[in-house]
Design a binder for this molecule. Sequence first.
Ligand code: ZN
Length: 91
Amino acid sequence: MDAGHPLDGRPSIVLGVAFGGRRGRLRLSSLYGSRRFDSEVEVPPDAVAELSCPHCREGLAGDWSCPDCGAPMAGVSVQGGAMGRICARRG
Ligand SMILES: [Zn+2]
């Protein structure tokens, strides 16, 4: 979580993002249902990016595929014991 870069008035979720040979940080709104984000790397609509840990750069793609589009999904642990899944396809 990144309180220094809030989105929707709340700390953002920070991931590493790679696409087209460029690498940077992707910040997602932590507000449930919000699609707001801020990315250092331009990812075209409908393209699949590589999502990774922003600290060690290890890939976050798990064994899950998005039920809507089939792209890999990144698994993230949520404080308190839940698991979140984030589709790697923009949009
Ligand atoms: Zn998807």
